[in-house]
Design a protein around this ligand. Structure first.
Ligand code: HEM
Length: 254
């Protein structure tokens, strides 16, 4: 008798956990049978977690990583200002700010390296603030949970973006930006101070135009005249009608 009871219980348990066996890798089962806790979710399962009345909860995905954002229901719930992020991966919109249906896409292939850096900053935010649920099968993860080429490309752009960011920070340290002001009566003025460009330092420097060959643009930077190597940079130009040692220059109208 006991033997039959054990067999019956085992059979019952096996039937009960059946959906979990299939939640990784198979789309044959109806979405409502699939359990998200197994670590991999299909898009149609994620869509059930959009916070609507009949929904199973509140999830969103970014770069293929799924988070439970129930804690932020005021943002992501049906009445929240960011409800369109729920139940989907709209990675692209996190950096473009395009919240139209077309803009709420997971295609990040044409974003610039610096946009990809900003996107990973959002991912870090979700990792810190919300509970991870798993990975979304689709653009960034395969049926087996492996990173796709799209994710590898995003990661390569991240590396490049971080390098460019570090270079820009170093350039800003060496050539801090000037303060600037403009009024219709007095015109423009640029000047240097020991805090200009957000770089706290023990020197002031003099304003110079720094030409960026890549962008074709110029910006005002503060240059240490006692540092020969840096002040002799061929991409630096003096402001017209401004004495070479002045720490403030009026901008001519022409
Ligand atoms: C690319 C553009 C933007 C994106 C992707 C974005 C996204 C978000 C997201 C996802 C949240 C919720 C964060 C959380 O889970 O706590 C949030 C919160 C917030 N956003 Fe935005 N946002 C954007 C632009 C803006 C702009 C332009 C403003 C202001 C003019 C703004 C104001 C706010 C405020 C005030 C909150 C916090 C609300 C609160 O804590 O009650 N956002 N944003």
């Amino acid at each position: 008798m006991f033997k039959y009871l054990v067999a019956l219980l085992s059979f019952g348990l096996a039937i009960w956990t059946l959906p979990e066996w299939f939640s990784v890798g198979s789309c044959l089962l109806k979405p409502w049978l699939l359990q998200p806790t197994a670590g991999l979710l299909h898009q149609d399962v994620l869509a059930l977690y959009n916070g609507n009345r009949s929904s199973k909860g509140l999830y969103l995905a970014i770069l293929g990583q799924v988070f439970d954002v129930e804690k932020g229901r005021k943002h992501y719930g049906p009445d929240g200002g960011y409800r369109f992020f729920s139940g989907r991966d709209a990675s692209r919109a996190f950096v473009t700010g395009d919240f139209s249906e077309a803009g709420l896409s997971d295609d990040v292939s044409d974003l610039s390296p610096s946009q990809i850096v900003a996107l990973y900053d959002w991912l870090t935010f979700y990792e810190k603030e919300y509970t991870p649920v798993g990975r979304l099968i689709g653009r960034f993860y395969t049926e087996r949970g492996e990173p796709t080429e799209a994710l590898q490309q995003a990661e390569a752009h991240l590396t490049e973006g971080l390098k460019l960011k570090a270079q820009a920070e170093e350039e800003n340290r060496v050539y801090p930006a000037c303060n600037s002001e403009w009024s219709s009566a007095a015109g423009g003025r640029v000047w240097c101070s020991e805090k200009s460009g957000g770089v706290h330092r023990d020197w002031t420097g003099v304003p110079r135009m720094l030409f960026s060959p890549g962008s074709g643009r110029t910006r005002c930077v503060c240059v240490r005249l006692d540092d020969r190597t840096r002040s002799n940079n061929p991409h630096l130009r003096q402001y017209k009608d401004c004495p070479p040692h002045a720490d403030s220059c009026l901008l001519s109208q022409d």
